[in-house]
Design a protein. Structure first.
Length: 267
């Protein structure tokens, strides 16, 4: 294996800004790592798309990005894309690929009531991958799932500094609470990387006694292990990459700077 260029970046990919919740954890462990954060705003949202549409788009985009930017590792910081396309991307690209999967295992370990909720996109919650996680790690646990696509829109708006109708969080909580057994939920899996960006709002909607779990810290630890011992250098400021030019992109700049992304480009 050839030696890795110290300037070779970590590439974090999501449909939008949700993967910034993962980037924050990566920064904590690997502050010197050069980063490209890629947001497929041209394809957002992924939740309503078919599995074939998501797989084709993710594989195609990551192939182009890998060829152009030569990353040392790609993190698919998106539950929907990971549960659908992770295996296919790994088959195509010959660099480490880290995925994002719903944190059902830690939620099952933490619940005291024996009932956990899972909020995700419509595409994520119906995946056989989630069924397998439930069967493996949540035996004897009641797992209730609900699609909360409006939370993706809310998180995107929040980062742009736009007003958000607070009822969106109440509806997400009710989508779980109103199911049979939902009143016993004490742990909620945030199975979309957008959702930790609005965790405080969700906590207010669910009320006291509910904890939230997601996979960002575990993903960062995995990236840290896979890059252990590699030299890292940042010859240029870290980059936020988008797949479509749109008028609202400049409104994201202040939030991106908070995550260390001081350059913006369109693929």
């Amino acid at each position: 294996m050839s030696e890795i260029d110290p300037a070779s970046p970590l590439l974090l990919f999501d449909s939008g800004v949700g993967g910034l919740s993962v980037l924050a954890e990566v920064r904590n462990l690997l502050p010197a790592a050069p980063v490209i954060y890629a947001a497929d705003n041209g394809g957002l949202p992924y939740g309503p798309k078919t599995e074939a549409e998501v797989a084709a788009r993710v594989c195609g985009l990551l192939g182009r990005m890998a060829e152009r930017y030569r990353p040392r590792l790609i993190c698919i910081a998106c539950n929907t894309a990971s549960t659908i396309a992770l295996g296919m991307v790994r088959d195509v690209l010959e660099i480490p690929i880290v995925g994002t999967v719903p944190a059902i295992k830690p939620a099952a370990e933490q619940t005291r009531s024996g009932t956990i909720g899972l909020l995700g996109t419509a595409a994520t919650i119906r995946q056989p991958y989630v069924d397998r996680l439930e069967a493996e790690f949540a035996q004897g646990i009641l797992l209730l799932r609900a699609a909360a696509p409006d939370l993706v829109t809310a998180a995107e708006a929040k980062l742009r500094g736009e007003p958000v109708d607070q009822s969106v969080y109440q509806r997400a909580a009710a989508a779980l609470r109103d199911q049979a057994g939902g009143e016993r939920i004490d742990t909620v899996v945030l199975a979309c990387t957008h959702f930790p960006l609005v965790e405080a709002e969700l906590a207010a909607a669910f009320g006291p006694g509910v904890r939230f779990v997601h996979g960002a810290a575990g993903i960062a630890r995995r990236i840290d292990r896979l890059t252990d011992g590699q030299a890292m250098a940042r010859p240029a400021p870290d980059l936020a990459l988008f797949t479509r030019a749109e008028p609202g992109l400049p409104t994201l700049a202040p939030a991106l700077v908070r995550y260390g992304l001081t350059r913006m480009e369109v693929l």
